[in-house]
Design a protein around this ligand. Structure first.
Ligand code: CP3
Length: 337
């Protein structure tokens, strides 16, 4: 909590995106019995999955066990997680007028299971570690709504944005307002920090970010209840970082494509930073992990406001012992004098 507020800490905090997931045997066992979507909708089980991961790894924060795409259902989309190929949206936006059927979330009631998962996770954590809530950023959610699933080139969403700017702005506004309501619901239920994932925004140009993305990320961030620290994670294209900062967030999440000290110069030292180990490093060995972790900690040492994390989520095949090793190494190297 001190690090996200740019205050000095006595020990370097670390948590990991996708810290609960398929790389863990405990998670695989739960998933043998329930589908991913079902797991997200069973708050006691979702809380248990997250608490197990937090305990096993010894990380300093928990993130809600959920998904950025759950909000799509109450907004009028059919959502499925296929065993292969990831998320699938059954009725994506294909025509400009399809935007008219996108429902703005007027209450968090349809996502009550998320709010219940927040309460159960907070109870399980018993005040020992903060709980991070999260949502997708408007661009990343719009990308799923238009592409209908994961994408490599994002040509459909980008073409839509350029061909139908008025509909695009309408869509982005609906998403920003819905997401603000959703995150404020999570805050009311007890999350202590929120993270906004703009996972795919690195595919747009600086000009397009400014015109088509920034106003809505900013709208969302400005609508979040004051007093809750916001982590704004926008990986993929470090050249966008000054604009990402302008959109807002107390903490800017970065990936490994830029060195941490360089990113801090671009963002400004009035913000905290979260990142940025390449998750591929977790496929090496203890010495290599230590070397890379040490490098990052050194670059961050000169000022308060650093949260150690990966530059993106832990990958499914990652050896769990290497993840545990990383957490231990960061705690050992990050003892402040
Ligand atoms: O970090 C955590 O442990 C908390 C839970 C969490 C999940 N997804 C669980 C999940 C969080 C924070 C997310 C965010 C998310 N979801 C993002 C942003 C991630 C980033 O790094 O920027 C995105 C793009 C999604 C959408 C999504 N959900 C995809 C593309 C997939 C399929 C990916 C894959 O590896 O198959 C999911 C499924 C998903 N979300 C799983 C988990 C644990 C795997 C589900 C399973 O098969 O058990």
């Amino acid at each position: 909590m001190r690090a996200v507020q740019c205050q000095p800490v006595t020990s370097q905090p670390i948590w990991l995106m996708r810290q609960a997931g398929r790389y863990m045997i405990e998670y695989q066992r739960v998933r043998e019995k329930v589908s991913f979507l079902e797991l997200c909708k069973r708050p006691e089980l979702a809380a248990e999955v997250m608490l197990t991961a937090v305990q096993r790894l010894g990380v300093d924060a928990a993130i809600l066990f959920s998904d950025i795409l759950l909000i799509l259902e109450p907004m009028g989309f059919q959502l499925e997680f296929a065993a292969e190929g990831g998320p699938k949206i059954g009725n994506p936006i294909r025509q400009p007028d399809d935007v008219d059927r996108v429902r703005e979330l007027s209450a968090v009631e349809p996502l009550h299971f998320v709010m219940d998962a927040v309460r159960y996770t907070r109870e399980g954590l018993d005040g020992t570690k903060p709980l991070i809530g999260f949502a997708g950023a408007p661009f990343t959610l719009a990308a799923y709504m238009v592409e209908g699933g994961s994408s490599r080139n994002f040509q459909q969403v980008k073409a839509f944005m350029h061909l139908y700017p008025a509909k695009w702005h309408d869509l982005m506004r609906r998403i920003a307002l819905s997401t603000a309501r959703y995150l404020n619901g999570q805050i009311d239920a007890g999350v202590q920090i929120v993270q906004i994932f703009d996972s795919w925004v690195g595919c747009v140009s600086d000009e397009d970010y400014k015109k088509y993305v920034l106003p809505y990320s900013k709208m969302l961030i400005d609508l979040i209840l004051p007093g809750t620290p916001i982590i704004h994670f926008a990986p993929g294209n470090p050249m966008l970082l000054p604009r990402v900062r302008d959109a807002g967030g107390h903490v800017i999440g970065i990936d490994w494509r830029i060195a941490l000290d360089k990113a801090w110069e671009m963002i400004g030292h009035d913000r905290a930073i979260q990142g940025n180990l390449d998750p591929a490093i977790l496929f090496t060995d203890r010495d290599t992990i230590r070397h890379h972790a040490q490098h990052i900690i050194r670059l961050a040492e000169r000022q308060p406001g650093f949260v150690f994390n990966l530059g993106s989520g832990i990958m499914p095949q990652t050896p769990v012992d290497n993840v545990i090793a990383l957490v231990d190494i960061v705690h050992e190297l990050g003892q402040m004098r």
